[in-house]
Design a protein around this ligand. Structure first.
Ligand code: TXA
Ligand code: MG
Length: 313
């Protein structure tokens, strides 16, 4: 694929919004690092983010919005969020809040969690793009998985040229450090430190703010098995079906639900979370899943499925 280079003109901003609306990927500058953006409500577009980054697992992604009104349509808003939004948005603070049932955000964005991480970036290109697109944009840092976060377009292109639809080449990320992530559990706790500090947040909320050490491990999918496990027992690599099993297929097989009848791994990733829920809601207490090729985004799918199949506590 050819990666289109965009400048900062209004024409290019609208071009980016158009690409997002068609389910494409656009790398854009924020004040922290470059993000790799996709329409947060489009399962297939979000699956492409994971594929382009070569992420071996489905980590939840941050949703970028243009204004507080849009944030309120996605999450259960509260007074503390309101104070913080007034103080720090637009800017490098991400709030983790319960997702509204009518949010319409892809399950792949939250990796199946009941919460969603949300922020309003303050970089002018990010802001213009979000306003032009007029919808939520899911965006992790625009680097290949395991590589350092990019602060300039050429950093992004080093890893992702030819793997994404477009990139803004003019912006620069001044901070270089990803946004501070805060969740309420129910007390405000920092999951990832950033330029907005616990002291900054504490002075706005007028209460202490905890900082979770090694938060990455705690919020990593492996630590959250209870959020992820279907009710039914899961058998993987099923080359044939046993009596009484609900069948989650891949490729040309007869089954209740098929992740991708044509054997397309990106389509399978896009369907994964929604179909796991759907099949779990059907009658029966055993699910069998077709073998999924273990390459590309298939690695992330298998990682997720092996967690679903792991013995329960
Ligand atoms: O500065 C930033 O935040 C950049 C720019 C592009 O906005 N984005 C960024 O995204 O750093 P990413 O995907 O590289 O990091 C997202 C982090 C992950 O550590 C993830 O676990 C956490 O946010 N996260 C996302 N949703 C979450 C949720 N619902 N609960 C807890 N943690 C969440
Ligand atoms: Mg990152």
């Amino acid at each position: 694929m050819y990666t289109q280079r965009l400048g900062s003109s209004q024409h290019d901003i609208e071009k980016a919004a158009e690409i997002l609306a068609k389910g494409g990927l656009v790398a854009f500058p924020t004040e922290t690092v470059f993000g790799l953006g996709a329409d947060a409500c489009d399962d297939l577009a979000v699956a492409k983010i994971y594929e382009a980054k070569g992420r071996p697992s489905f980590n939840p992604l941050i949703v970028h919005v243009s204004d507080v009104g849009m944030a309120k349509r996605l999450v259960e808003w509260n007074d503390q969020a309101d104070h913080l939004a007034h103080a720090f948005w637009p800017g490098p603070l991400t709030l983790v809040l319960p997702m509204r049932t009518d949010a319409g955000v892809s399950k792949l964005v939250s990796a199946g969690l009941p919460t969603v991480a949300i922020r309003i970036p303050c970089h002018p290109i990010a802001q213009s793009m979000l306003r032009a697109f007029d919808g939520p944009v899911a965006a992790p840092s625009a680097n290949l998985s395991g590589k350092i976060s990019p602060t300039r377009a050429d950093h992004v292109l080093n890893g992702l040229d030819g793997r994404i639809d477009a990139i803004f080449t003019e912006g620069h990320s001044e901070n270089g450090v990803e946004s501070t992530i805060l969740h309420f559990d129910p007390n405000p706790t920092i999951l990832r430190p950033g330029t907005i500090t616990a002291a900054d947040i504490s002075s706005v909320l007028d209460q202490p703010v905890a900082r979770l050490e090694h938060a990455d491990n705690i919020i990593a999918p492996g630590q959250m098995t209870s959020h992820y496990a279907p009710r039914a027992a899961v058998r993987l690599d099923a080359k044939d079906w046993h009596a009484g099993e609900k069948r989650l297929g891949f490729g040309d097989v007869t089954c209740e639900l098929n992740l991708s009848p044509t054997g397309d791994l990106v389509e399978a990733a896009a369907n994964l979370f929604a179909m796991l829920h759907q099949i779990d809601d059907m009658d029966g207490d055993r699910i069998a899943v077709s073998p999924i090729p273990n390459h590309g985004i298939g690695i992330a799918i298998n990682d997720r499925l092996s967690r679903a199949a792991a013995p329960r506590d």
